[in-house]
Design a protein around this ligand. Structure first.
Ligand code: BGC
Length: 584
């Protein structure tokens, strides 16, 4: 059996500032070569994250690419991604990764890096692609006769605004401030010490049709609708806003706490009454300046892989949703409609390592993601994927990696890891990204990791590897994730806030995000009647002894929880107390 169902961000970067945004464009000596470089530096006092987009304006390039520049000051790159970056003095060379050796005409590649600096972080003055200086245009053949009159207006290079304002950017989180949901902020600030975290962006969950207009009388979530949030985002001068698209027919087929309002055969209603109206509002030109990020359908596609007939965790509802195509077609429709705008970004939910980290689940889950993207008409409708949404898996397990051995035995044979290929979310998300690219997704897709509740700080957090020679004891004493079982997902006791929302924190990762708003319950610990379709799942009952999906372990849930989505003050306080990085 596999642990499985599931659900389930930072002071250090709180002061990031955009200090650099430049576009480098110009002309090469050869008629067939030309390039443009967009360079941004997201700086704080001693470091910055650089993002580089190179567009090939000349003949197609194959067989590899090389981007070079010189820093003006003492900038020193410490880490790079999506390119191999080397630095000698002020001179930097970024060469293609093995999976991206060509750049078609007018196509772009992106890469990024972290760097240190002191003093002024000036942008590099010029860039070259394969030896050609990037000026932004390709020269036509030289005129046969020199012009006799000077041009009436001087050429405007470099341009001061992006040349393609209508196109999607590679990473919508880069150099952009996130929208802070005022309703979540108010709840967080009503708690003692809550103002330490209440300015973080969290996602807005559209968990029922009524949430589109706003649900004044709902016990979970707030009363603001989609337009209210978009208007508030404009008023905040936010760069991006995050919505969770979460209302599939037969929703949450392997659990009960987040069952939804639509029955298994309600795909037509999902399209007409849910996706279409959301897409129509997002398409209002008034919101064109916002990067609108849609997180698409939590927990759904992986359930079709792991929780259908023949598996220990199989349920009749997951069989039905697999057979009737409601999830794949619903997500395909959502991706198509919501992906059609130049300023919308789709990220599809991809579970977490403790669910699909085994080889038997990993490839098949990637395949079903591709099916859903193809059902949307094109993989171009998918900008990336999110892992660990509303879950508790640790970002990094410094003392327990799959290669760690104890007394000659692999930690993978411990009860906790149970032969999983991954032990943490960062390595899992990076590997899953590569898998997705290898089967046909675009090479510039980026991953998000929900770090809202995976901090696991406080006194229980291990600070060193255990010295035990027993593999189970070693793993249990060394792991950051303190759950009873990695398949536990409801209101986990001992959890803390994780990394605060951060753009481009690591290779292949577009952002650490807070998609599950901390303090909102995962499900009630006993049956609470409600009119939102929410059931009672015993995984939220602290006295429950478990099922096949969590190795028949105790649920690890906090007591006295309200229904999913409703404010759970005791949990929020514990999340703050156990935050990692800690709150000051
Ligand atoms: C609930 C939603 C809620 C979301 C965010 C989900 O588990 O089903 O109603 O909006 O969590 O808290």
């Amino acid at each position: 059996m596999r642990p499985v169902l599931i659900r389930g961000l930072t002071a250090a970067t709180a002061a990031t500032l955009v200090t650099g945004l430049g576009i480098f464009a110009a002309t090469s000596a050869s008629a067939a070569a030309g390039c443009r470089v967009d360079y941004t530096a997201n700086s704080w006092s001693t470091g910055f994250t650089g993002a580089v987009t190179v567009t090939n304006l000349g003949d197609p390039i194959s067989g590899g690419w090389r981007v070079t520049w010189s820093f003006a000051g003492n900038q020193q790159i410490t880490q790079g991604w999506s390119a191999t970056i080397s630095q000698s003095g002020q001179n930097v060379t970024a060469t293609n990764p093995s999976w991206s050796t060509s750049i078609g005409t007018n196509a772009s590649v992106n890469f990024g890096f972290n760097a240190n600096y002191s003093g002024t972080n000036a942008n590099p003055a010029s860039f070259s692609l394969n030896g050609t200086t990037c000026t932004g245009t390709v020269p036509t053949s030289p005129p046969t006769t020199p012009p006799t009159t000077p041009p009436t207006t001087p050429p405007t290079t470099p341009p001061t605004t992006p040349t393609n304002p209508g196109n999607k950017v590679d990473n919508p989180y880069a150099n952009a401030r996130g929208y802070v949901n005022p309703e979540w902020k108010a709840k967080a600030e009503a708690e003692p010490g809550g103002s330490r975290v209440s300015n973080n962006p969290t996602a807005v969950w559209l968990d029922r049709i009524a949430a589109i207009e706003g649900t004044d009388n709902s016990s979970s979530n707030g009363s603001m609708g989609v337009r209210d949030h978009l208007d508030a985002a404009l008023a905040q001068n936010a760069g991006y806003i995050q919505f969770v698209i979460y209302n599939l027919p037969g929703r949450d087929c392997a659990a009960l706490a987040s069952n939804g309002e639509l029955g298994p055969n309600d795909l037509p209603r999902y399209k007409a009454e849910y996706i279409d109206p959301i897409a129509a509002i997002q398409a209002d030109p008034k919101y064109a300046s916002l990067r609108i990020i849609n997180i698409v359908e939590i927990d759904s596609l992986p359930n079709l892989v792991t929780n259908t007939s023949g598996q220990a965790g199989g349920t009749a509802m997951c069989d039905t949703m697999k057979a009737n195509g409601g999830y794949v077609q619903g997500i395909g429709y959502a991706l198509n409609k919501l992906g059609a705008l130049p300023n919308t970004y789709n990220y599809v939910d991809a579970a977490h390592h403790g669910w699909i980290g085994w080889d038997s689940n990993f490839g098949p889950t990637a395949d079903i993601m591709l099916q859903a993207a193809q059902a949307s008409g094109s993989v171009n409708n998918v900008q990336g994927f999110i892992t660990n949404t509303a879950n508790y898996s640790a970002l990094r397990e410094p003392f327990v990696q799959p290669t760690t051995t104890v007394n000659g035995q692999s930690v993978r044979q411990s009860k906790w890891i149970d032969w999983n290929q991954y032990t943490d979310e960062l390595t899992f998300a990076q590997a899953f990204r590569q898998k997705l690219v290898s089967i046909g997704f675009n090479s510039n897709i980026g991953m998000l990791i929900d770090t809202s509740r995976n901090g696991w700080g406080g006194s229980q957090r291990p600070t060193a590897a255990s010295t035990s020679t027993d593999v189970n004891t070693f793993v249990d004493q060394s792991r950051i994730d303190r759950r009873i079982h990695a398949g536990n997902w409801c209101n986990q006791s001992g959890a803390g806030l994780g990394e605060r929302p951060t753009a481009a924190p690591a290779s292949g990762i577009d952002a650490y995000v807070w998609v599950k708003p901390p303090g909102e319950s995962d499900g009630s610990s006993s049956l609470i009647p409600n009119d939102e379709g929410k059931g009672f799942d015993r995984m939220c009952d602290p006295t429950y002894t478990g099922n096949a999906r969590n190795g028949n372990s105790m649920s690890g849930a906090l007591p006295n929880a309200p229904i999913s989505g409703a404010w759970f003050s005791a949990q929020f306080r514990e999340l703050m107390a156990n935050a990692y990085p800690p709150l000051s």
